[in-house]
Write a new protein. Structure first.
Length: 386
């Protein structure tokens, strides 16, 4: 079977060469744009707290304007990176440009600046999606992680946003709470379900701390390749039961990693990240606070990480950058991986015994080994489903 997959790719590539064309890859659909690296908090898990980097830089509005013509070809633009987006003085001018070009716009915020004026701007556009970051179900835990933030004040501001939206009879923005799952915070998840439901947000999501940049954060992660800890699973079950009882949407990220993830959640086949200088990268972890090298951790190992960017919107169009050879080569590794798996699955019509299942698993392992993720991604937790 693996030989047939290899022959399929060789034949396909030969056909492309004969036709004189490049392989067809998906078009971009989602852009995440780092509008600023300024922030008014000092979160313990944030790279901004631990590295010097390109701090206190705002995305140039004129570069954003020149990029705006591309928005009509996208499904969603998310205005957020390694800073607090509401600190950019022209954040709502940026959002308005996205909306003007018939594209959905959203952002993730620490919530500290959600006052009446900001809420009014969000509703006026309207912004499609607002995610608010929280790190604990009580202020002791939340405030110790998101230093400078008060949980009760934050939830009050979020409640004001939801109430104002409902009073205006609008369906947008969709409002999410993003509850970072750390060893310190996990026990409070059921209580956060109660609080999130009480203030009327649309959903609670529970992302993992998937890019630890300090030894403490690496040791504090609750996911891995082994089975999740029973105490943690018990807390998650309690939170799920409560959410179901209240008919409240909660999305829990997996705690057990897998080496069979075809393309990570950030999906560089159709999504891209633009840092505060306008450099285009496949994801936020490929460009931290602009052009800053940094160390992250993977299974206890320190991973020195250089920025991976493929061009600048200050110098070129997004279309030209997207079709640049090095960027296409990067994405092609994911395309080959996914396509090889799809073809393997397509050709495996039925499994009649446990031996057939074992053979199929070996074939999957062979395909995934034959078509690995790009080198930059091989020591990133996102590549394994975190």
């Amino acid at each position: 079977m693996i030989d047939r997959i290899r022959r399929f790719f060789r034949k396909k590539e030969q056909g492309k060469k004969q036709a004189g064309s490049k392989p067809s890859l998906p078009a971009p659909a989602v852009a995440q744009i780092e509008v600023t690296t300024r922030c008014n908090l000092k979160c313990t898990m944030c790279p901004r707290t631990h590295f010097s980097g390109d701090k206190n830089v705002d995305f140039p509005f004129e570069v954003f304007e020149s990029f705006a013509e591309s928005f009509s070809e996208l499904n969603h633009v998310h205005l957020q990176g390694w800073g607090e987006p509401l600190l950019h003085p022209r954040i709502f001018d940026m959002a308005a440009l996205v909306v003007k070009n018939q594209c959905r716009v959203g952002f993730t915020t620490n919530g500290s600046l959600l006052d009446d004026r900001v809420i009014g701007e969000i509703l006026r556009l309207p912004v499609h999606h607002v995610a608010v970051s929280v790190a604990g179900a009580d202020d002791e835990v939340h405030g110790a992680i998101r230093v400078g933030s008060n949980l009760d004040t934050l939830l009050g501001r979020v409640a004001n946003l939801v109430d104002a939206r409902n009073a205006a009879g609008q369906s947008e923005p969709v409002v999410h709470l993003s509850y970072m799952m750390t060893r310190k915070a996990v026990a409070g998840l059921p209580e956060m379900v109660r609080k999130a439901h009480e203030i009327g947000v649309d959903r609670l999501v529970t992302p993992n701390l998937d890019c630890p940049v300090t030894r403490d954060e690496e040791e504090g992660r609750i996911f891995g390749f082994g089975e999740p800890e029973k105490d943690i699973e018990k807390v998650l079950d309690e939170a799920r039961i409560l959410a179901n009882k209240k008919k409240f949407r909660m999305s829990v990220y997996p705690l057990k990693l897998s080496d069979e993830i075809l393309v990570c959640e950030l999906n560089p086949l159709t999504q891209f990240f633009v840092n505060v200088h306008g450099d285009v990268a496949p994801c936020p972890y490929a460009s931290l606070m602009g052009r800053t090298p940094y160390n992250r951790y993977f299974l206890g190992e320190t991973v020195p990480t250089e920025p991976l960017v493929f061009g600048s919107l200050a110098e070129s169009s997004m279309g030209a950058i997207w079709q640049q050879d090095a960027y296409r080569k990067f994405r092609m590794q994911y395309w080959n991986r996914r396509t090889a798996y799809d073809n393997l699955s397509k050709n495996r019509t039925s499994i009649h015994s446990v031996f057939g299942l074992q053979d199929y698993i070996r074939e999957i392992d062979g395909v995934l080994s034959e078509y690995p993720v790009p080198p930059f991604c091989r020591k990133c937790y996102k590549a394994f489903g975190a």
